[in-house]
Ligand binder design. Structure first.
Ligand code: SF4
Length: 226
């Protein structure tokens, strides 16, 4: 029997804006971002079946507002849509954390009304995408961005920033890219957390302190710790 879930965080106040939630961590990912903090989830195997996980969700009905589908990359798993549908039918709000590489999966779920919130990773501009993610999925990310803009779903765009991977000039270019793609609202930049185990060892990164330097009339850049 397939075990897509690596582990479950049974309660969080931090991962679903303004709601109590649990987090389902799906094993595996189609990227290998150098700064990834979850190498054990990305490279490891799942420990829980869909049935185990749905049993857990059933036990949290009326106790939590939402379920965060995260990972790894949750949209890769064949059982993912079924789990989202089941969570929704149990009355939970559904948040999906995604690298945006599976726009078709996202689109189907959005059109069925099963998604309430999406956190979309904007890893890098096309020119730097492969170097940072070890993948060639920028075009798919872009499709996901357009899809979310055309939908009525609440969503956020976020970037993990390390000084050696994305220069401050390139960060300005990323804001311009979002503007050029008609993005309005908040753009979250999460500073790389120094001194944690990542997929690839990276040197210390000095944070940017003044986020106002990057904001525009259309886009507010907010720096936060991930
Ligand atoms: S940071 Fe990159 S490698 Fe890690 S889970 Fe997210 S997309 Fe996958």
């Amino acid at each position: 029997m397939q075990k897509p879930i690596y582990s479950i965080t049974p309660f969080t106040l931090l991962d679903y804006p303004d709601h109590t939630a649990c987090i389902l961590w799906f094993a595996g990912c189609n990227m290998r971002c150098l700064y990834c903090y979850n190498p054990e989830i990305v490279l490891g195997k799942g420990t829980l079946t869909i049935e185990d996980t749905l049993q857990f969700l059933a036990s949290r009905k009326h106790l939590l507002n939402g379920v965060v589908f995260s990972g790894g990359e949750c949209t890769l798993h064949s059982g993912f849509p079924e789990m989202v549908r089941a969570a929704k039918e149990m009355g939970f709000l559904v948040k999906i954390d995604t690298n945006g590489s599976r726009p078709n999966v996202l689109e189907a779920l959005i059109h069925q009304g099963y998604v309430d919130y999406v956190a979309l990773d904007f890893k890098a501009l096309a020119k730097s995408y492969a170097g940072i993610t070890r993948s060639h999925l920028h075009a798919d990310f872009e499709k996901s961005l357009h899809l979310l803009q055309e939908s009525r779903i609440n969503f956020e765009v976020r970037t993990t920033w390390h000084r050696d991977l994305i220069s401050t000039t390139e960060l300005h270019e990323m804001v311009s890219y979002l503007s050029a793609h008609a993005y309005h609202g908040t753009y979250y930049v999460q500073h790389y957390v120094n001194h944690v185990t990542t997929l690839s060892p990276l040197p210390f990164s000095v944070p940017i302190t003044d986020s106002s330097l990057f904001s525009t009339a259309q886009i507010e850049v907010v720096f936060r710790r991930s």
